[in-house]
Design a protein around this ligand. Structure first.
Ligand code: AKG
Length: 300
């Protein structure tokens, strides 16, 4: 896979997202798929959410149903291997520069026939930084069609005001579905075959409906930041209460390319702290449900 073209960069800047088909080399894709299916299989004996798994309703030994594998880069080295591969780095450097840090990874394994929606939100509301040179790469590890709960994006929303993600004064990690400023009617679905990937800006409004398909919808997400984008205090909760040394080690251990910066680049960006928090902020699914987010995807 070659570098992004100028046209792809311009489309990302205009829309706040792009889709790149067949981006993952075939041998890497099959390794990622094999390991992911092994991890889903290993979740059979798990009975409640833990450090690795966020379980969907109905999960059991006979029928493993996952919302998410929480930080796959910590669970198996193949996820970091792909992240640092030339084929991926060449796609993100034109957008974030030469010094790039991974803040987190997650694998949203929206279970077949009803797997949970992700309500509309801007990632920025979860973790404001000193500048907004952050994005998420979404790697499709399964074919994702319209019925499979694909990511949906609102073109141009990354340049618009940051929307409220609060319910009754508490952060709920989702916008109000009837917020007209969200322009939800303009949504574009990001569908493609396994091995395709999307890149979306941290301020792009996005969400996804339940998976009505026959198979889990497997989307590996890397949250990436320019190394001089520093999380604003309080967003450090995103790194689960680490001390300063642990944070420094985490940042250095998770560099994708180049070097970590200790000089935050400050830009005039709209930021609202995700506080007060909901009762359970352990993942976006818990944040949205315990925060009482209203569902845009309620099928009833
Ligand atoms: O998996 C999805 O469909 C959406 C994921 C997402 O937006 C998130 O985890 O922040």
């Amino acid at each position: 896979m070659a570098k992004l073209t100028e046209e792809q960069v311009a489309n990302y800047q205009r829309d706040g997202f792009i889709l790149i088909e067949n981006a993952v080399p075939a041998d890497m894709l099959s390794q990622l798929q094999r390991v992911t299916h092994e991890l889903i299989d290993q979740s059979r004996s798990v009975t409640q959410n833990n450090e690795i798994y966020d379980l969907d309703k109905g999960h059991c030994n006979e029928n493993p149903r996952l919302n998410r594998i929480k930080a796959p880069h910590d669970v198996h080295p193949v996820y970091k291997e792909y992240l640092r591969s030339q084929s991926l780095v060449e796609l993100i450097q034109p957008l974030l520069g030469d010094n790039i840090r991974m803040n987190n990874s997650k694998l949203n394994a929206k279970a077949a026939q009803g797997g949970a929606p992700v309500e509309w939100h801007q990632d920025w509301s979860f973790y404001p930084h000193t500048n907004d040179d952050l994005l998420a790469v979404g790697v499709m590890l399964s074919d994702i069609g319209d019925d499979d709960g694909p990511l949906q994006m609102i073109p141009g929303s990354h340049k618009e005001p940051v929307l409220s993600h609060f319910n009754n004064g508490v952060y709920c990690g989702a916008i109000q579905p009837d917020d007209e400023a969200a322009r939800l009617k303009d949504a574009v679905s990001i569908t493609g075959s396994a091995g395709s990937l999307s890149i979306h800006h941290v301020r792009t409004t996005h969400g996804s409906a339940p998976n009505l398909g026959e198979n889990p919808r497997l989307l590996l997400l890397y949250e990436l930041a320019a190394a001089d984008a520093w999380p604003i205090s309080g967003a450090l909760s995103a790194f689960s209460g680490m001390g300063q040394q642990a944070l420094w080690d985490y940042f250095n251990n998770n560099m994708v390319c180049g070097a970590q910066s200790t000089t935050p680049r400050l830009r005039d960006v709209p930021a609202v702290m995700p506080l007060p928090p909901p009762t359970d902020a352990s993942s976006i699914f818990q944040t949205q449900s315990s925060g009482g987010a209203k569902s845009a995807f309620d099928s009833t």
